[in-house]
Design a protein around this ligand. Sequence first.
Ligand SMILES: [Zn+2]
Length: 150
Amino acid sequence: MTLTPADIARFWSHVDVRDPGECWPWTRARSGNGYGRFSAAHRLHTASRIAYELTHGPLGAAEARHTCDNPPCCNPAHLIAGSHAQNMADMAARERSPRRRLTGAQVTEIRARRSAGALIVTLAAEFGVTPSNVSQIVRRRTWKHLGEAA
Ligand SMILES: [Zn+2]
């Protein structure tokens, strides 16, 4: 990967950088399986791979694997080096796993706990959903109909 400083600045400008514990979604084009697409140096790159390499160093033959199970995420803290086979297994597991249904009371509790400073990853583990689910709940991308408690 040979990116110029201008490419690198452009790359991060396309990432919605949030709190360190949250997912940082890629805001531009995505591939069919949800991974961010970044074009630079006449090549199309996977955004999460670039985020990994800019932070942790070259991946070589390995791939960036999401510990948060959220393909568009570019938070380097959520990325580890893995094999292509591991990424394929992650994808298959994601398709198999049923969406966990939360109750309205749980959603209200998640929002209140997050306002009080609870980490997204902690809430995700506790309520049995993914960090991106929690992030969407907190940002009211889901469960929009549920009114403010205050
Ligand atoms: Zn993430």
